[in-house]
Design a protein. Structure first.
Length: 339
């Protein structure tokens, strides 16, 4: 019995020694120590051993089991350690390698200008709202006092998209949506994209942006309009900026005007930037026409208001001294990086 155990042990150690993978060591464990393994087989032979010998033999079997287990554990630990080390060597990271430069994005000059204009008007208590880009003829023209046969409709070459629908040619329709909500007073700023079937050139694009403003309250006068827009111009272009209102015509305002700012480049003396005039036109404005108020269920005897429309691209081009509108749409990273 003792010899048989010695033999088993020697054979187990030899097999452990010869194992070159964890699976092999596992096989050795099963074949010697497992339920159906060699040692268990020896224990089953105990019934043939004389009763007084049994404790001694039992002890011997246990010793053998323990010795094999110990060697086996050791071998497993070694193999696992070697595997871990090999993995670490394979996955080594060179922390001295210079990191890849991460490229940081830039806000588009249009976005910067838009946020700047919003900031100024929000500071004056205006609420920023958004109107739909697809409008009906009613919102884009009729409710703005531009009747069906009016030539103003031809001036803004409209993209019609079937039925009564069109792509808005101006953000002014948002005035109507806002008034229809039936809540006065109104202090609204509505930035957004507009569309006209224009050819692309340095100052035109079939899609551009406007920022619409509308104020409705009791006792609003042209003086409020002038004060508000003069303050806006100073905030946007600097404290020195002067403004000038020229009479103009828009169907939805009466009286109407265009506002010029003194050239922030030459201060008004005349330069290439302002084409020698000292002034730069930046927006259209006027007192909301009583017809417009009436159509949106606001009583013109009780309420008055003013409105204005700013061309966003124009502001961005002026502010950043960009001389071609196409640059704003090409999204060349080398261009955008500068802002
Ligand atoms: N909607 C006009 C346009 O596209 C701009 C405009 C002018 C808007 C005067 C206004 C305004 O609100 O009062 O040319």
């Amino acid at each position: 019995m003792k010899e048989r155990l010695e033999q088993l042990k020697a054979e187990a150690l030899r097999q452990i020694e010869a194992s070159d993978a964890l699976e092999k060591l596992n096989e050795v464990r099963v074949s010697f120590l497992g339920k159906k393994g060699e040692l268990t087989g020896v224990l089953k032979g105990m019934k043939d051993v004389a009763p007084e010998e049994r404790p001694k033999v039992g002890q011997l079997v246990n010793d053998t089991r323990e010795q094999i287990e110990k060697v086996l554990e050791e071998a497993i630990r070694k193999m696992e350690k070697a595997a871990r080390e090999a993995q670490m060597r394979a996955e080594v990271i060179d922390v001295t390698l210079p990191a890849k430069k991460s490229t940081v994005g830039h806000r588009h000059p249009n976005t910067i200008a838009m946020e700047e204009v919003e900031r100024i008007f929000v500071g004056m208590g205006y609420e920023v709202v958004e109107g739909p880009e697809i409008e009906t003829d009613y919102y884009n023209f009729e409710a703005l006092n531009i009747p069906a046969d009016h030539p103003a409709k031809d001036e803004q070459d409209t993209f019609y998209i079937g039925g009564d629908f069109l792509l808005r040619t101006q953000t002014s329709g948002t005035q109507v949506h806002e008034m229809e909500k039936g809540k006065v007073p109104i202090r609204m700023l509505a930035p957004g994209r507009v569309f006209r079937s224009d050819e692309v050139d340095a100052t035109h694009s079939p899609s551009f942006h406007q920022i619409e403003g509308l104020v409705i309250d009791k006792h609003i006068t042209f003086a409020d309009l002038k004060g508000t827009l003069a303050e806006f111009a100073k905030e946007l272009f600097g404290e020195e900026t002067k403004v000038k209102f020229r009479p103009h015509h828009f169907n939805f305002t009466e009286p109407s005007a265009e506002m010029d700012v003194s050239c922030f480049k030459c201060g008004g003396s005349g330069c290439r930037f302002c084409k020698g005039s000292g002034w730069i036109e930046i927006l259209g404005c006027g007192m909301v026409h009583p017809n417009v108020l009436r159509m949106s269920k606001i009583d013109p005897e009780e309420y008055t208001g003013f409105a204005f429309g700013i061309g966003l691209e124009r502001i961005a081009l002026l502010k950043y001294e960009i001389d071609d509108m196409r640059l704003l749409y090409e999204n060349d990273v080398r261009f955008l990086k500068q802002f």
